[in-house]
Design a protein around this ligand. Sequence first.
Ligand code: DGL
Length: 295
Amino acid sequence: MSAESPSSSARIVTPRADSRAPVGIFDSGLGGLSVLRAVRTQLPDEALIYAADSLYAPYGERDDDFIADRTLAICEWLVKQGAKALVVACNTATAQSIALVREKLPVPLVGVEPGIKPAALQSKTRVAGVLATQVTLRSARFQGLLERYAADCRFLCQPGHGLVQAVERCDVGSAELRTLLHSYLQPMLDAGADTLVLGCTHYPFLDAAICDIVGDRLALIDTSVAIARQLERVLGQHGLRATPEGADTAPPRFYSTGDGTHQQQLAATLLQINAAVEQVVIPSRRTAAPDSQAA
Ligand code: DGL
């Protein structure tokens, strides 16, 4: 994924915004932790709140209205918690709902999208693979990216069915997962791809398993660092960068609509962050009904 274009991110913030307030980061589940990791490295003085909608993950197999409903509800909730800016650290939610969130919420906003542009710039064979959710791949935003940047490069777009679910249960290397990854990656290698776009924020946690399969034959495009830099620019544009004097040295505040067990485990093992995860109920129009877990 890459950060959305800077021009679409600038927005005047409400006068109440305070540079000491936290940045809110949201994903359908645990994938956004790969973005949080990059944000912590790039912006160590910023306080962070992370919300995972794990009760309703994966979004990639939900309908568009459900994704928009949950994305807006969680972004509103983060703003109510005092977030001065938001990172929608989910390609699927960005593809589906970023325009809606931008329209409804007067806070600086950064979304993510698959790194088609860097892949097109870097591929020598002019064949690149993309792993992303079905919803991301069929979205108008993604099709627009291909039209804009992929004129002379062939992109092999593979929905990563099952991969988000694996990361959600903290499986980043089982034999079953490796077999699944192999089935997605071998056709890309056979077609001559030399580059692989990780178009879902969950997938950077699978980098070791992917590298075991592809070796150095595919260069991985994980643009979480670009997202962190974009956040830095957006905060700067709005005068919202935290200063070292006011720096919050506490670990990120973690919330989940699920029980948070796997979030705590993944953060501890892959990010070396030991922090409790608070379970929260974040109601939304589509999840108010008793059969709400159906997409
Ligand atoms: N991390 C999300 C993304 O980047 C996963 C979406 C899902 O829950 O399917 O698309």
